[in-house]
Every structure is written in structure tokens, then in C-alpha cells.
Design a protein around this ligand. Structure first.
Ligand code: BV8
Length: 258
């Protein structure tokens, strides 16, 4: 790492005019938020995330799926942004034309200081009515707060929509569902226009999000991957930095702007 990082990558970042930072679950791993690869635990141990993150699973057992998302929301609320999230805000301060695009449904980028994060797969904090996305929905107050949340999770009945009494659902994009058009368009435009794209902590297998680094590469940008493991993005990345987000990103920023 040392021999590659200080010179070429730091120079690339210093000279960049437009940067995209594309993140996945790996950037939140060191904040204690499990990745999608990690086996599910507790009540959900017998499922895989891709099964549960579907409209079918929600309609088949709304209490199980709503309970899963409330368990994940409680975990994220207990988590703090890590030095990887924070290093990204430094890049943004140094390169004004920076765009942060995430597949994550947590709010750690925002809490680190990146309010304009583009969420391709929605958010744990934007519940909505299953019948009409336009109907506002809120989380019911938890009488005895999060502390009551059993570690292994529990079934929780989703609230009902105040306008039409239909079920409220998590404001995330489930497998088989379309991504929010505005977010996808903004992400594709930023990827087309950037000169450097940093892809951090993603396995790059979920589409159409995984197209974003490929759009950047085919538009002439230099793609730099930060991931402790090899991924299908190795092939399109000009530079693969094998390490964790919370280690590599601060080192990269320090090397670029001493
Ligand atoms: C759709 C929200 C159609 C919910 C999520 C083309 C080819 C093949 C399949 C498809 C295709 N096009 C569409 C599909 C189907 C499907 C898909 O891609 N399937 C895959 C699995 C093959 N796509 C869809 O269903 C999409 N919708 O196509 O709709 C349509 C179109 C128009 C109109 C109607 C319908 C919707 C996909 C979005 C699903 N929702 N999340 C929720 O969170 O509950 S996806 C979810 O999984 C995440 O958001 C994320 O995108 C993905 C997980 O990936 P990663 O974030 O990369 O995380 P992962 O755990 O996999 O990997 C972590 C990585 O981090 C690893 O590489 C690891 O090494 C690394 N790491 C670990 N620790 C660290 C680290 N890195 C750095 N530092 C560390 N410390």
C-alpha cells in the first residue's frame, strides 16, 4: 500500500476537478453496522437479507420484516460515523465539485457532514405508506425507547397510514423495485462527468447501482477501489487499495493534502 498510495493516488486526488465517492455497506462496517454479506442473526438468522428485502416478504409477514428494519434502525442510531465517513467530508471540502452516492440506507454520511448524499436504495429513516408514497408516515414513539429493543430482534407490527389506514413500509428500495429516478439520474450524470471515482466498501454486484463505477470508467474517469477483498470492480479500477475504509481513506486524504 505505502509504495502506491503516497505518490500516484494522492496526486490523482489533488489534481481532480470532479470527484464521485460511491459507497456500499463496507464503509459502515467499522461503525458496527453489519454488511449485507454478514449472516443475519437472532430472529432473522434463518433468512438471507436478499429474501427479506422484498415486497413479497413484507406482504407475507409484515411484522417480521418491519421488525427487521426497526432492529437495523436501532443499530444505526447507536452507531457513529467512522474515520472513513469523515475523510470523505475532507475530500468534499478540498474538491467542491464532489458527489457522494451510496447504496446504504443508514444516515452515517449525513451525520459525518455530507447532507447531500445521494441514496440509491432509500433510507431507514423515511417510512412511507404502502398504498401511496405521497402519504406522509412517521415512526410510532417507542414507549420505553430503544433500550427496550431485544438484541436478537422481535416482530413489530408496522404502523398504519394516517391518511388511508394501509400499512406503512420502510422507505427503502427492495429487490425487484425500481430505484428513485431522480437519484439514479443524478448519480449517472455525476459518474459521467467526474475525473476520479472512488468506490468504497461495495461488492459491486447489485444492479443498476453497480453500473455507476462502470459509467465513470467508460467516460474516461480514473476508478480507485478501496476494499479489503477483491470484487468484480477490480477489473475496471485503475487502482485497487486492499484495506478498510476507516484506514485507507484517512491515509489517502493525509497523503493528498499534508
Ligand atoms: C430492479 C435496500 C427492476 C434494502 C438494496 C442485472 C444483473 C443481475 C441482476 C439484476 C440486474 N438488474 C437487476 C437485477 C436484480 C437485482 C440485483 O442486482 N440482484 C443482484 C443481487 C444479482 N436488482 C434489483 O432488484 C434492483 N431493482 O432491478 O428493479 C425494475 C426496474 C424498473 C421498474 C421496476 C423494477 C434493486 C436493487 C436494490 C435492492 N435494495 N438495499 C435494504 O437495505 O434492506 S441492495 C443492498 O444490497 C444494499 O443497498 C447494497 O446495494 C447491496 C449490498 O451490497 P454492498 O453494499 O456492496 O454490501 P455487501 O455486503 O454486498 O459487500 C460489502 C463489501 O464491503 C464487500 O466487498 C466487503 O469486502 C467490503 N468491506 C467489508 N468491510 C469493509 C469493506 N470495505 C471497506 N472497509 C471495510 N471495513
Amino acid at each position: 500500500m505505502e509504495e502506491v498510495l503516497p505518490h500516484r493516488v494522492a496526486q490523482l486526488l489533488r489534481d481532480a476537478r470532479r470527484v464521485v465517492i460511491f459507497t456500499g455497506a463496507g464503509i459502515s462496517a467499522e461503525s458496527g453496522v453489519p454488511t449485507f454479506r454478514d449472516d443475519l442473526t437472532g430472529l432473522w438468522a434463518r433468512f438471507d437479507a436478499q429474501q427479506l428485502a422484498t415486497a413479497e416478504a413484507f406482504h407475507a409477514d409484515p411484522d417480521l420484516v418491519w421488525g427487521w428494519y426497526e432492529w437495523r434502525r436501532a443499530r444505526v442510531r447507536r452507531a457513529e460515523p467512522n474515520s472513513g465517513h469523515l475523510a470523505i467530508t475532507t475530500i468534499e471540502s478540498r474538491i467542491p465539485d464532489s458527489t457522494v452516492i451510496t447504496q446504504n440506507v443508514d444516515d452515517l454520511h449525513e451525520r459525518a457532514g455530507t447532507p447531500a448524499t445521494i441514496h440509491l436504495h432509500g433510507s431507514l429513516f423515511a417510512p412511507r405508506c404502502t398504498a401511496a408514497a405521497a402519504h406522509p408516515a412517521t415512526f410510532p414513539d417507542q414507549p420505553d425507547g430503544e433500550a427496550a429493543e431485544p438484541h436478537e430482534g422481535r416482530r413489530i407490527s408496522p404502523p398504519r397510514c394516517a391518511s388511508c389506514r394501509e400499512l406503512v413500509r420502510p422507505g427503502v428500495v427492495w429487490f425487484g423495485e425500481a430505484l428513485p429516478e431522480a437519484a439514479l439520474t443524478a448519480a449517472a450524470e455525476a459518474a459521467t462527468a467526474c475525473d476520479v471515482l472512488l468506490t468504497v466498501g461495495t461488492s459491486g454486484v447489485v444492479y443498476p447501482a453497480a453500473e455507476i463505477p462502470r459509467i465513470a470508467a467508460s467516460s474516461g474517469a480514473t476508478v480507485i477501489q478501496v476494499n479489503p477483498q477483491p470484487t468484480p470492480l477490480d477489473r475496471i479500477a485503475a487502482i485497487n487499495l486492499r484495506g478498510s475504509a476507516a484506514q485507507v481513506l484517512p491515509t489517502l486524504v493525509a497523503a493528498a493534502w499534508r
